[in-house]
Design a protein around this ligand. Sequence first.
Ligand code: ZN
Ligand code: ZN
Ligand code: FE
Length: 749
Amino acid sequence: MERLRIEITGIVQGVGFRPFVHNLAGRHSIGGWVANDGRGVVIEAEGEQAALAAFLAALRAEAPPLAVVGAVTARPLPPAGERGFAIRTSAAADARTALISPDVATCPDCRAEIADPLDRRYGYPFTNCTNCGPRYTIVNDVPYDRERTTMAAFTMCPACRAEYDDPANRRFHAQPNACPACGPAYRLLDRDGRPLAGDPLAEARRLVAAGSVAAIKGLGGFHLACNALDAAAVAALRARKVREDKPFAVMAGSLAAAKARCLVDKAEEELLAGPARPIVLLTKGPGYDLAAAVAPGNPCVGMMLPYAPVHWLLLAPDDVWVMTSGNTSDEPIAYEDGDALARLAGIADFFLVHNRPINCRADDSVARVFGGKPYLLRRSRGFAPAPLRLKRPGPAVLACGGELKSAFCLTRDDQAFMSAHVGDLENMATYGAYTAAIEHYEKLFAVRPELVAHDLHPEYLATKYAMDCGLPRIGVQHHHAHIAAVLAEHGADGPVIGAAFDGTGYGDDGRLWGGEFLLADLKGYTRLAHLEYMPLPGGAAAIREPWRLAAWVLHDLYGADFVNKDIPFVRSLPAGWELLLAAAAKGLNAPLASGAGRLFDACAALLGVRGKINYEGQAAVELELAAAGRKGRVLPYAITAGEPARLDFRPAFAAMVAALEQGAAPAELAADFHATLADAVAATVRRLAAASGVRTVALSGGVFQNVTLLGAVVARLEQDFTVLLHRSVPPNDGGLALGQAAVAIERSR
Ligand code: ZN
Ligand code: ZN
Ligand code: FE
C-alpha cells in the first residue's frame, strides 16, 4: 500500500469536484479523504500502486465538466491503513486564494428534470446542481457557501437538504440548491408593479405570443424580450428602447431553431451550446424568417440558446425571441426589481420578476468564430470572473480599462480577473456600476491593489478613478495596452510588431491615435509607423457624422474643385460644409487623428453607405457588410518612410472617386477598401519586420472585430510570421485592461 498527498489547483470548488473524487476513489478502491483548501482541492489517497496511478490520471482526464484543473501535484506520505474514503467539509476555506466560477448554463440532467412531469422540479425555473447554475451573479463574499450568496434567505426543505448532504448526489454542496417547496419563485407584474393573475411563466408566454414586450429577470440582469417573428412587436421594442439600427440579439428555443435560420458550422455549434452560452454572431441562412427590424441590413444575427431554466420553460423549441439587455441605450443593464420597474416601465408591457436577488450584474457575452475558434467580442456572463493566467506573478494591480465597452482587471499573483462587461463609461449610472464592481472584485478575490494602471486619456472616467484612488500609478498608452493584451493572452513577452487599429486612443504626443504599428514588448514600445493623420472637422462631431471626413478627404485631394466631381456623395453634401472645411483647413476645431476607424468612416460616407451614425462603429460595420462576399482589388496607397513611417490612403481614395465617376458599384469599392487596407497593413508589417528582424505579429484594436479585414490580413501574413490574435479577451477596449495590467506588472519588476 502507498499513500499520496495530492493537491489540485484551478476552478475545482463549487463544480462538483469533491463528489467526483469520492466516486473515483470508490471505483479504484482508494482510501483516504478529500477537502477544499485555499488553493483548490487536497486529497490524501491510499491504495495499491497501480490503482493510485489510475486514480491520479483520472483526476484530470475525467474531471467534471465545469472544473478547470490547473496543477496536480503529488507527494508520498507514510501509509495509514485507511480503507474508507471521506469528504471532509472544510472549515472556512482560505479566501485569499479561492476562485469563483462563472455562471453556467443549465446542464442536461437539470433540463431533463424540469421537463419531467413526475419530477419534483417539473417546471421549476431555479433548478440547478453542482454542474450548472448561478455562481458569480449570486455570490456576496467568499468562501463560496450558501450563507454568502443571495440564496441565504431560503432555507432548504428536507428533500433538498438530503441532496445537499449526500456525497453521491449531483447536488452535494450545490449552494443554490432549491425546489418549488423551498426556493425562489417568479411573479408577474404589470408595468406599474401590480401583480398579474395566473401562472407567471404560462401567462408570460401567452403575452409574448400575443405581441407584448416583456422585461424578464434572468441570471445576470433583465432582458427585454418579444417574439422575433412579430414585426410589430420588434418595431415597438426598437422605438421604445430608442435604438434605431443596432441589431438585437435573439434567443432560439433550440439548436434546431437556430440552424433553421442561420448557417451554423461545427465550431459555432460548440460555442452556441457550450456552458458559457454567449451570443454568437451567425450568418443568416436561406430559412431566415425573423422580422426585418431584428438585425436590419445585416447578413449576420446574434443568436444564443437558453442558458437558465426559465428560458427553457418560456421558449418552446420552435420559438425565437428577441432578448436584448434590459436598459435604455447607454445605461448599465438593470438587475434589481425596483430599478427595472422604474427604468423599463416605458419599454416593457409587463415584468417577469423573481425573489432571488442578483448580487452583481452580468450582461450576455458576445462571440463569433474566426479561423475555427471562438473570437470574443464581449467577455461577460459565463466567462467572468474566471481568471486568465499571467506568465509571471506580480504585485496586485487594478487596471482601470478604457471608456467604451469598459471592463477593468484585478490581478492576484499570476491570475488576472477581468470584470464582466460594464458598458460605456460616459454617464454617472455606468460609473456607479463600475466603481461598485471594482469594490466587489476586491472583496471576492481578497485583493488590495498595490498599483493602479490606467489609460493616458485625461478625460476618461476610468483614468480619473485611477487618479483619485491614492495608489502608485502606471499610465499605459492605449495602443500599447491593446498589443500587451494579446501578449498576455499568449503568455508571450515580445518583442512583436503590433498593429493596433481602433477608433481613437490617446497618443503619447497628445494626439488621437488609432492606426498604429508598434514594436512592443510588455515593458514598452516604439511607434514605428502609423496611418497618416487626418483632421476631424468639428471635433468629436465628426465621429458621429462620417460625411465630414469624406468631405475633408475630397477637399484635401482636389481643393475647392471637389464639388465638381460627379459622384452621389458630392450631390448629397449637407448644408454648412463650406464653413466646416474652411475651419478645418485653418486647423480650427479639427484635432488630428490617425484612427483606422476614421478611414472606414470616410470611405463609408464617400461610397454612400453611411453619412451619419446611430451607434458607435456603425459606418465601419456597414462598410464591412457592403463588401460581404466580394474579394476586392488592391488600390494604390503610399508608405512614406520616416520615424515613424506613415501610411497614406489618399491614393486609394482618389482611385475610388475615379471609379465612382465611372459608375462603379459602392459594394465593389467597399471590398476594394478592405483588400487595400489589408494589403497596406501586411506591407507595412513586412517592411518593419525586415528592419527589426522581429517575426511575430500581434493584431488588436476594435477595428479587428471586422473579420473581413482580419481574415485578409492574417491570410497575407501567416505564411511568414507567427500571427497572434485575441481569443480570451475582446480586441476592442473591453480587453484593454488585461494589457494595462500586464504592462504595469512588467514595469514594476
Ligand atoms: Zn444541473
Ligand atoms: Zn427544496
Ligand atoms: Fe482602443
